[in-house]
Ligand binder design. Sequence first.
Ligand SMILES: Cc1cc2nc3c(=O)[nH]c(=O)nc-3n(C[C@H](O)[C@H](O)[C@H](O)COP(=O)(O)OP(=O)(O)OC[C@H]3O[C@@H](n4cnc5c(N)ncnc54)[C@H](O)[C@@H]3O)c2cc1C
Length: 535
Amino acid sequence: MNDDREFDALIIGAGISGLYQLHRLRELGLSVCALEAGTGVGGTWYWNRYPGARFDSESWSYGYSFSQTLLDEWDWSEHFAGQPEVERYCNLVAEKFDLKRDIRFSARVTTARFDEETSRWLVTLEDGTRYAGRFLITGIGLLSAPTMPRFEGIESFAGQWSHTGLWPKAGIDLEGKRVAVIGTGASGVQAIQEIAKTAAHLTVFQRRPNWCTPLHNGPIDGEEMADIRARYPEIFERCRETAACFVHTVDPRSTFEVTEATRQDFWESLYAGQGFGIWQGNFRDMLVDEKANQMMSAFVADKIRARVNDPEVAERLIPKDHGFGTRRVPQETHYYEVYNQPNVELVSMLETPIERITPEGVRTSARTYEVDVIVYATGFDAVTGSFDRIDIRGVGGRTLKEKWKAGPRTFVGVMVDDFPNMFMIMGPHAALGNNPRSIEYNVEWIAELVGYTTERGYGRAEARSESVADWAAFVETKAQGLLSNEIDSWMTGVNMNVDGKQVRRLVRYSGTAPEYRSVCDEVASGGYRELTFGA
Ligand SMILES: Cc1cc2nc3c(=O)[nH]c(=O)nc-3n(C[C@H](O)[C@H](O)[C@H](O)COP(=O)(O)OP(=O)(O)OC[C@H]3O[C@@H](n4cnc5c(N)ncnc54)[C@H](O)[C@@H]3O)c2cc1C
């Protein structure tokens, strides 16, 4: 191994997670190298260049909070910034903290093996280059492994095509073109409403509709930005207190304890409000009580009916297989009105399934749709997908994929027994929500643990099997009673396009972020009794 490929710590990924972890570990005086598959920083905000890609977290609640000078320097131009702006932000962060010198780009990790003799991680890239590091930190993303549908003939298509999460840097010219979008999840909804503005014709292929609610984005002028900047301490404090780290949080009232008029007024105000308020800030029983959920679903269904002219199209757009908020809620801007445009057509894949892709376009059981461009908005192999795509082997050469066959098991989402010195940022069973708030916490917790381990001269830190079992049991307890855990979605580990992921698995921690942090804080302040340390 060349010395220039031997480090104290290797990080995989240079998104929001990897960038901050690199900064924090360098502050400890460690030699660190981040290996990134892309040619630039930003992760999600590097890859997802599709038209309309933007935040559904409020921009000013999403940015890093760790550096006052960064907060002082950066102005957000919109309440929900678009991909180009977020990518610029990530580049500013990388430049400001001089991170790029320690990032290797175009470096896709294919294998990572723990060498028991030397207590190091040996990592191989796609091109065969090898690296070694005492610590291996994964910042590989929970929505970063794009999945394509299983249609035959995809490669035979004569026009241009792309998955939303692998959108070419040069862009795709969609103006005046006949475009097909396949998929109506969060990315699909954002892309559809944008593409419909200029395409000659847009055909939307929908398998299952989602409940979408208005984003109500808007520009931020200088005066408002100054006000936001003055309120940053208050904003981040609020995000620390809320269940999912958003500025929105559950209303303490139940759906049934208020009058019909109060209920309607409240829902109207949420529908008129910004962002995830309607999902994260609704009545406390909305996501746990079937009847409350049905009432909320009926309210949103009526909104869809009111916005779509053709009643048959409206019915197709109303989900029948899950209640409001039990799957991720796509945020929209005139999405439903798009279906009133003469150049837009909705095709239900439940009524007329896609049979194959042909050189001309998309063939369903009813007919062929001739198109110039196909956009696959078919989502990601979420949470565990990016881990499955690397051959990760711990003690005894056992793979992580094998260990997680029946579902992931971790200690606080960060560690796995028999995988010493491997730490995951945003791993399965860590707190999620408004991601950067959880990322910052994870990164700082990991940096402290790495510091603790190195200061004491330990070569190895590992989660005890009992600690993993205890955390798994806690995650299970927290999952009880949530309606979202009783339906198929990426949040319950289901992806019909990935082998072995047709059944629900507990991939997500469903407790609150403050509860999560209090467990992790206790572990650290108690001297990491849940871990073992060795030479
Ligand atoms: C379209 C979209 C919109 C989103 N909007 C929001 C939002 O508004 N609010 C929110 O909180 N979250 C949002 N998310 C979730 C988003 O992923 C997180 O907010 C955040 O960007 C995650 O950062 P990360 O660094 O952990 O992972 P990512 O940003 O996914 O970065 C992971 C990086 O790891 C690299 N990588 C993966 N595997 C390998 C490998 N084997 N070798 C080398 N490199 C590898 C990838 O190339 C990537 O650059 C959104 C996600 C998507 C897809």
